[in-house]
Design a binder for this molecule. Structure first.
Ligand SMILES: [Fe+2]
Length: 190
């Protein structure tokens, strides 16, 4: 990862994100969409909901950890529990504030929370999400859910999770990646 903090470093961060999508964006995300389409749809849903720029960017980059995995293609293809939310948040925290990295770090926990607190949530999950839920620990217990609710950015993570679940529509128009990279440029930490 490239350190940020000067103009050259900032451009390297943006270039690194762009390179990840170029290398892995065409991998499938479930049946209907690619990783890139999923990311852009998620960001667009956040944008349409009037989310703050940091949360829109978190939505676009929430699965970037899949692409940082040492064997990203195999991890995505095999639906592995690759701890992508931690890998992603760790990388993003070097470039952006916690308002970007924390919703990313918590978006898997948010799924586990929703499975406990909203009874109809599990039923509407895609087959792929149901499979990965088991690998991620299944629904939270009540004490885990209480603890989750007290975490900063848990509400944002829950919003992100809802967009994540919806961002799987074939041939859905969205802004381009460069639109969101422009947003990212404005949120880089110096
Ligand atoms: Fe996702």
């Amino acid at each position: 990862m490239t350190p940020c903090g000067d103009t050259e470093g900032d451009e390297n961060c943006i270039a690194a994100i762009e390179a990840l999508f170029k290398a892995y964006g065409s991998l499938r995300y479930g049946e209907e969409v690619t990783q890139l389409e999923h990311a852009l749809q998620c960001g667009f849903l956040a944008q349409e909901s009037g989310a703050a720029p940091a949360l829109i960017l978190a939505a676009v980059l929430h699965d970037i950890g899949h692409m940082l995995h040492p064997d990203a293609a195999a991890a995505v293809a095999a639906d592995q529990n690759d701890a992508h939310e931690r890998l992603g948040a760790q990388a993003l925290s070097k470039w952006f504030g916690r308002s970007v990295s924390e919703p990313v770090r918590l978006h898997v926990q948010a799924k586990r929370w929703l499975c406990l607190r909203h009874q109809d949530y599990w039923e509407q999950l895609s087959p792929q999400s149901k499979r990965t839920l088991e690998l991620q620990g299944g629904a939270m217990t009540a004490p885990e859910a209480d603890e989750f609710e007290r975490l900063p950015y848990s509400r944002e993570a829950l919003q992100l999770r809802r967009w994540d679940d919806l961002a799987k529509r074939a041939d859905h128009p969205t802004p381009s990646l460069s639109h969101y990279l422009g947003l990212a440029r404005g949120l880089l930490q110096s």
